[in-house]
Design a protein around this ligand. Structure first.
Ligand code: ZN
Length: 301
């Protein structure tokens, strides 16, 4: 179930997006001439094709309660990224093109494939730590938390080495963590990691509720699809949510929320029906004649 405190809508063009080689402006990069710019080409998602298209409005936090997991599992390939963008929209992290203003096509959005890969990896890293923390996988956590002789605690993995606490850095925290403990430093790392990505990305807003006597309601509104994914993850951590991948469409869905367990294998009734039908269509071919005759009969009537 989505949290009632949050509200977020996002647009997806029916025509979808394109990947193109472009040169994006980077802070501090000054290009001497067109040739130099040419060498900096990278793959960029553009909305050229989307322009003039019909847009579908959706509410990610509501329609896909575990979209952050789908994003974390997105292959960091051209196809993987483009297929996520075509289904759920751009992340909302536009960059501008490098070059003389006259050549820039104003009004278009460009998102770098490299940025996407970075964001997928970050959310994957956070989900990974959360998964270890939520089942208290001490053995795995031990490979990530380091205690030095002089009481410096670090969280480490392939991408990060972060100081969690020391006698000088958050000594009050150090006092509360028993020496050698690996669970609490991991929790603190995860909290900070998520909080940093939400900072100044979610606004409290008063919204007008036209369906409810024009009353005003207070909602937290993420600025972009990317921040909505981090917010969704933060809420899932806070509510101790559990997720599973649909056995039919591979979409992630909630299986346990607010203490109610479920052994659901499918994200929806539609997927359950489709999986059941797919099984029935396959079986007669595999298991020989008796069932085949049955299906034939059904088709005739
Ligand atoms: Zn499904």
């Amino acid at each position: 179930m989505p949290n009632d405190l949050f509200e977020f809508s996002w647009l997806v063009p029916e025509r979808g997006y394109e990947l193109e080689e472009r040169v994006l402006a980077a802070p501090g990069n000054v290009y001497q001439d067109a040739n130099e710019i040419e060498q900096e080409k990278e793959l960029v998602i553009t909305d050229y094709r989307a322009q003039g298209s019909n847009f579908k409005v959706f509410r990610p936090l509501h329609d896909y309660p575990a979209l952050f997991r789908t994003f974390a599992a997105t292959p960091t390939t051209q196809e993987g990224v483009l297929s996520f963008a075509n289904r759920y929209g751009m992340l909302g992290i536009p960059r501008i093109l490098a070059g003389p203003a006259g050549l820039m096509s104003l009004g278009s959005n460009f998102e770098s494939l490299r940025d996407w890969v970075k964001h997928i990896q970050e959310i994957k890293q956070a989900v990974n730590v959360w998964d270890m923390v939520s089942i208290a996988d001490i053995k795995k956590l031990q490979t990530h938390v380091q205690w030095s002789e002089d009481n410096l605690v670090f969280f480490v993995d392939d991408q990060t080495r972060v100081l969690i606490a020391s006698p000088r850095f958050h000594p009050e925290l150090l006092e509360r963590i028993p020496k050698g403990n690996v669970f609490l430093p991991s929790v603190v790392f995860l909290n900070r990691f998520v909080n940093e990505r939400l900072r100044e990305k979610v606004d409290p807003r008063l919204l007008l509720d036209v369906t409810n006597d024009n009353s005003r309601t207070l909602r937290f509104v993420p600025a972009t699809l990317l921040s909505s994914l981090w917010l969704q993850l933060a809420e899932a951590i806070s509510a101790k949510k559990k997720h599973r991948q649909c056995a039919f469409c591979q979409q992630w869905f909630e299986v346990e929320a607010r203490g109610v367990r479920s052994d659901k294998q499918f994200c929806s009734g539609a997927c359950r029906t489709r999986a059941y039908r797919a099984r029935n269509e396959k079986e007669p071919i595999r298991s020989g004649t008796p069932k085949k005759q049955k299906t034939r009969k059904r088709k005739k009537t």
